[in-house]
Design a binder for this molecule. Sequence first.
Ligand code: GMT
Length: 381
Amino acid sequence: MPMKIGITCYPTYGGSGVVATELGLELAARGHEIHFISYAVPVRMTEASDRLHFHEVEMMNYPLFDHPPYTLALATKMYNVAVNESLDLLHVHYAIPHSVSAYLARAMLGTRRLPFVTTLHGTDITLVGTDRSYLPITRFSIEESDAVTAISGYLRRVTIEEFGIRRPVDVIPNFVNCDVFQPADDSGRRQEFAQEHERIVVHLSNFRPVKRVLDVIEIFDRVRRQIAAKLLMIGDGPDRAPAEWLVREKKLGEDVIFLGKQNQVHQLLNCADVMLLPSDLESFGLAALEAMACGVPCVCSRVGGLPEVIRNGVDGFLVAPRDIETMAARTLEILADPDRRTAMGMAARARAANEFCTTKIIPLYEQLYERVAARKSAAGG
Ligand code: GMT
């Protein structure tokens, strides 16, 4: 049955916002009415329709506020949208502060109870949530959620262990639209970046320290000494400037192309022969999944949820984090052997399509919403 769902996420360039937005778009395509509630339009929300709406959280500033209370403004907007649009439930992505705002909105609704689902994405648990300054309220908002999902088995385990959570946490893995992200003979775009004889390596992230962007440059430097290649750096963030500096130091300026933030990433992934994701931590690794769906194998760190996505030696390689030499060797193994690259690319595509396609994952969210809504009805909400 179609539902009216409020979705809150960070609208900026980052995995949790991308997942939340793609989820909203997919749910709208299936007949649900979606209301995004955030401080800006989410990056991948490129359309609006009678089933896709955006509500901006307005923040009144006042000289007394050194830090305007966004959590409260968001709770107020959630409450207003829930009342005006008769929302069935809220689904918040990233615990801090979204699930706290949802908790407040639900409490404000009183007997007209508004259930909320919290999806945990990674750093909300592993970095922010476990910091002493946020731990008690993160635990509280997880315990108070009407349902909680984690994007990998790894993140579920960490959540339960770190917070001593006793309530159920469902694993609903991240997903990819396999019709948009699919292998394509994009030689037209490929020629923009490389000559026929050159291979293309790609990295996609928000360039935060956890992504080890400088390791990407170091790995590419070693690859480039052996083979003609270009490196496409997609995204932006705090480590972009240090990475550009390292590129200049290593005299790689001709071969490393910083593209900044991009929306049509599937077109760029389709130019690539291999993706590098040497992060210190990834609770899932959505960028790797998007590359895999395009038939691009990844060389990644063996951390967090990545082993749940990539089968080492089959559809990519998993290497100990910070082991730059082995990552370079694995990348060369793929680039130097076209048959190997094709076989791994096909295996990667098959894994993405069989395990993580929207057609498989979105129904899991729909079933969860139905369970949560049914509990609300049973409670007389
Ligand atoms: O990785 C980031 O810095 C962004 C972060 C986010 O919440 O936007 O990504 C997390 O969520 C993604 C989507 O679920 C996952 O694919 C990433 O693995 C996860 N990042 C980490 O765990 C470091």
